[in-house]
Write a protein that binds this ligand. Sequence first.
Ligand code: GUN
Length: 296
Amino acid sequence: MTILIDGKKIARNIRRQVKQKIAELGTRPRFVVVQVGDNPASTIYVQHKIAACRKVGIETVNVNLDSSISETDLLGLIEGFNNSTRFHGILVQLPLPRHIRLEPVIEEIHPNKDVDGLHPLNVGRLTVRSKIPYLHPCTPWGIVHTLDTVYPKKDGQSGLQGKKIVVIGQSLIVGRPLSIMLQNEGATVSMCDRFTPDLKQEVLGAEIIVSATGVVGLVNEELIAATGKSEVTVIDAGIARLGDKIVGDADLDIYDKVHAITPVPGGVGPVTVAFLMRNILKAYCIQHGLPMPTFH
Ligand code: GUN
């Protein structure tokens, strides 16, 4: 029987712990989310983030900017949030309009307030497995946590140690940082993308496939069979619109042919938002010199 991984349940568990720890703080962390333009998908994502903040006791400020704002003005606005002790977490919703470059925006956000975990200092600390507290990218952090529920720790060792994992999709938000996090768990990781010439050859021997491409049907029966494994876990971090439905990268046909799978919707999405809550709390603790909150 396939394990249908319940992302909403995992997210509730994380939110419950965040809420409890915020109650213990006796103060409410504040989060500012910036949206440039009115991309409908971004509006929905931002609404989900604000709703989750409300549930756990994080105050939010939603800044909606006209798509014509200049890069310089956006950077100036972020600088103001960096310098204000009122805000503990800053997130600029992506994608940005074409005239605004991504890199300066990511680098402008103070690393200790970068609750997306995309600043080069945070990515660097992740890469060197720094002991200095830093902020993780939310989707990869949530995916590693989700995989921990399928492959629990044993004797303090990650259940992912020695697992062959293929990550399909090399984005800055998901694929790249995820590959590093999985390597940090001791997994053997291969990186592919939608242009990989022979994906079937690449997945041979893989026990876990994580797909984050937005290519509908990329993870299909043939690909699962090409692993040569009887028990394959699929983490579907893809998202695409098919008519009025939101779908992932995985073909529905594979659902009864895998060991475990995250559905779309209701899988990676809610877990990502819950880990954003965890990051905002962590950012607050970093800024106040408090011990890092522990979760189970
Ligand atoms: N757009 C889609 N996903 C994300 C995300 O995780 N962070 C930001 N900032 N924008 C996004």
